[in-house]
Ligand binder design. Structure first.
Ligand SMILES: Cc1ncc(COP(=O)(O)O)c(C=O)c1O
Length: 360
């Protein structure tokens, strides 16, 4: 069977070159005579894979030495709890609620700290990111949390709020590595790997070392302490070896493309192509407010649920899959992560144009 254009939101499309390399190494990874899935996580071959992945991530994102990079499990959802468990000092945190995952993060944090919602996009059904100018945060908050790109509603922060001296925590699950960012604006970044970094099972945390503390309440489990993983260089227990290996391959692929500047240029052109089509279409319309549009998840509707479902089936017949929107948002969503080539977005636009013409 030939490959499809896969617009799934995560787990998502991987670069074909990465899949081919992994397939080639399935029986013999780096001359060990075994796959990475069969290796000890303490074997020199695997330790090298882990160290190279960290070095490549640091180089690509410009991560300062004052930050630790942790390769963890538990998904981005586990970070909803680990962040308050590890960063709470005064027992207060401010949250920007701009979508379902940001809301889940805030709800989880309520179990540990006093959460104040500093801004919410609920009034617009999360179609627009609230204006960050003039937002105020509690100066004694332990951190401010935001979700930079809202996977379900197809929105993203175009600018970061000014949080003063309060540490900023960002869920970058669906936009990490899509463009350069200034890591130093954040105290902590986390991201599930299954969208832009590789495969499910790995969550990357980038955290300012000075915020990682040992003196947490004794009931905080060992595995849920950043200090445990920082001290052990992500090898406290068995890490998600295969997922780290795949992440390493994705990072090498990105380096080969010219890094995040080059990737951002390609991503901008892909998103522009799709949004320009939507803006002139008589059948489809984008649901995110233009000033809040995501470069990674493009959400759109026809305005008629039956027609939306018909289009999703129509696109599937042309080998374009994963376009059904999330149940909380409805309609369609094209997740155009790094691994989706321009040709895939062009194929989608052509398919939408053909559908539109057939309706006329
Ligand atoms: C922005 C964002 N945050 C968090 C999550 C939850 O991630 P996980 O399934 O890895 O827990 C997702 C998953 O789609 C996401 O898109």
């Amino acid at each position: 069977m030939s490959r499809v254009y896969n617009f799934n939101p995560g787990p998502a499309c991987l670069p074909e070159a990465v899949l081919r390399e992994a397939a080639e190494e399935m029986l013999d990874c780096r001359g060990t005579g075994m796959s990475v899935m069969e290796m000890s996580h303490r074997a020199p071959a695997f330790v090298a894979i882990l160290q190279e992945a960290e070095a490549d991530l640091r180089a690509l994102m410009g991560i300062p030495d004052s930050y630790a990079v942790l390769f963890l499990q538990g998904g981005a959802s586990q970070q909803f709890a680990m962040v308050p468990m590890n960063l709470a000092r005064n027992g207060k945190a401010d949250y920007l609620v701009t979508g379902s995952f940001a809301q889940k993060a805030a709800e989880e944090a309520r179990k540990y700290v006093d959460v104040r919602v500093a801004a919410s996009g609920e009034e617009s059904n999360f179609a627009r990111i609230p204006d960050v100018q003039g937002l105020s945060f509690r100066p004694d908050a332990d951190y401010v949390h935001l979700c930079l790109n809202n996977t379900i509603f197809g929105t993203r922060f175009a600018a970061l709020p000014d949080v003063g001296d309060v540490p900023l925590v960002g869920d970058l699950s669906s936009c990490i590595l899509s463009e350069p960012i200034d890591v130093s604006r954040y105290a902590l970044i986390y991201a599930g790997a299954q969208k832009n970094m590789g495969v499910a099972g790995l969550t990357v945390v980038i955290v300012r070392r000075d915020l990682v503390r040992d003196d947490l309440p004794p009931q905080v489990p060992t595995m849920l302490r950043y200090s445990t993983h920082m001290k052990a260089d992500s090898l406290y227990n068995t890490p998600p070896c295969q997922a780290i290996y795949m992440c390493g391959k994705v990072l090498r692929w990105l380096k080969g493309l010219g890094g995040l500047e080059s990737m951002a240029g390609i991503n901008r052109r892909k998103a522009d192509l799709l949004y320009s089509y939507l803006d002139q279409s008589k059948v489809f319309r984008g649901t995110a407010h233009p000033d809040s549009r995501s470069m990674m998840n493009v959400t759109f509707v026809t305005g008629d649920k039956a027609r939306d479902a018909e289009f999703v089936r129509y696109a599937e017949q042309s080998g374009l899959v994963g376009l059904k929107g999330h149940r909380a948002a409805g309609g369609m969503r094209a997740s155009i992560y790094n691994a989706i080539p321009m040709a895939g977005v062009q194929a989608l636009v052509d398919c939408m144009a053909a559908y539109e013409e057939a309706q006329a």
